[in-house]
Design a protein around this ligand. Structure first.
Ligand SMILES: Nc1nc2c(ncn2[C@@H]2O[C@H](COP(=O)(O)OP(=O)(O)OP(=O)(O)O)[C@@H](O)[C@H]2O)c(=O)[nH]1
Ligand SMILES: [Mg+2]
Length: 366
């Protein structure tokens, strides 16, 4: 799973990135900014995984991970209505979801690019920018289709015309500010745009970057942007990125104490991960053993053979069956031996639909 962090310049993208990945990427000082994307992973906090590690004491533990890419605001790009293109566009297209950072913090030493903190305006700008990128992608395809339609092979003509009509409809809605994910497309329509990886078809999380002492204004900001965020496949959260980043730099005990004193119960990392799981409809399954315990994020509805493919493509290819036990059953038995005696380990076939918290051991042929 890969999330692209986007937003206007100086909105706090790199700060959010550092807070969730516990990274040390350099934040921009005004004027001198880096143009390379930062790539890092956030480890998904999961108390069940901690419990499994206590039971199995493996040599290695690998929590579930979500990749974050901090996309710098391109000199010619994002928010300046000149479009998103080239390398930036590719990075955005290949991501599974977009995290859009909206600046709501006041910081006189960090001037806002347009002079004034304006969450609603910035959000509108960025939503427009994303629509615009998609319109350009569709226009390029439509141009090609029109050329092909000048001398179509007869068996292709109807197909091309169908595609053209679908793309034109989608484009016209985008021109009215309706993102693709809000367009209620039929499976057939979704199929015809699948390869374009349109940006406004991706799940969107809006992250409002607030000052630490701004909590009262936060609900007001939410109210202001409410119409823009209460849409399908769109979620929003507020976090104080600067503070979150500083907290992640502390020793874990100090961080805990500090959070308590500020009554910050959910960390920025937790919030972002929860939102990602929610937005992408993810669950976690586990593999356990003496060598390694590992947690794997998968989409709800994933069947056993495809879950096995997350581990390795060979394991998917040679899949025979899965030995599966629910997390609660395993913990109650405090390990596999007792669980086996009690008959709690199930034999499941390729099409078994994985449940959140399943522990699976795959039997396979090489
Ligand atoms: N007070 C305050 N300052 C912040 C907050 N988040 C970021 N900043 C400051 O704003 C400046 C820009 O933050 P960055 O994280 O570099 O912003 P960015 O969006 O990555 O900037 P570009 O990559 O240049 O587009 C830095 O000086 C940060 O310290 C915040 O929540 N509160
Ligand atoms: Mg940055």
């Amino acid at each position: 799973m890969e999330i692209a962090i986007i937003g206007l310049s100086q909105s706090g993208k790199t700060t959010v990135f550092n807070a969730v990945t516990k990274g040390k990427a350099e934040v921009a000082s005004f004027g001198g900014r880096s143009n390379k994307p930062n790539i890092g992973t956030a480890k998904v906090p999961d108390s069940r995984f901690v419990q499994l590690n206590k039971i199995f004491k493996p040599q290695k533990t690998t929590p579930a991970e979500i990749r974050f890419i901090d996309i710098p605001s391109a000199p010619e790009g994002l928010g300046e209505s000149n479009g998103i293109s080239g390398e930036y566009l590719n990075l955005l297209q290949r991501s599974d979801a977009l995290a859009l950072i909206i600046r709501a913090f006041q910081n006189s030493s960090v001037p806002h690019p347009s002079g004034k903190t304006n969450p609603q305006g910035d959000l509108e700008t960025m939503l427009y920018e994303l629509s615009f990128a998609d319109i350009e992608i569709l226009e390029r395809r439509l141009e090609k289709l029109n050329t092909q339609l000048k001398s179509p092979k007869s068996d292709m003509k109807q197909l091309l015309l169908n595609e053209k009509s679908i793309l034109e409809q989608i484009k016209s809605q985008l021109e009215n500010g309706i993102h693709v994910r809000e367009q209620n497309l039929t499976p057939e329509q979704q199929q015809s745009i699948k390869n374009f990886a349109l940006l406004t078809n991706k799940p969107l999380m809006v992250v409002i970057n607030i000052n630490e002492e701004q909590s009262e204004n936060t609900s007001q900001t939410f109210q202001e942007i409410n119409d823009l965020i209460s849409k399908p496949l769109t979620k929003a959260t507020a976090l104080a990125a600067q503070l979150e980043m500083e907290l992640t730099e502390m020793e874990p005990e100090d961080e805990r104490a500090f959070r308590e004193s500020l009554s910050l119960n959910e960390s920025g990392l937790d919030q972002m991960v929860r939102l990602t799981y929610d937005l992408l409809n993810l669950i976690t399954f586990f593999t356990v053993g003496e060598d390694e315990n590992r947690a794997w994020p998968i989409q709800t509805g994933t069947v056993a053979v495809n879950a096995a493919g997350e581990i390795h493509s060979d394991i998917q290819k040679g899949f025979i069956r899965g030995e599966v036990i629910a997390f609660n059953d395993l913990v109650e038995c405090n390990g596999m031996t007792d669980a086996k005696t009690k008959g709690l380990i199930r034999q499941e076939g390729r099409s078994y639909e994985m449940k959140d918290g399943d522990i699976m051991h795959v039997l396979f042929n090489v």
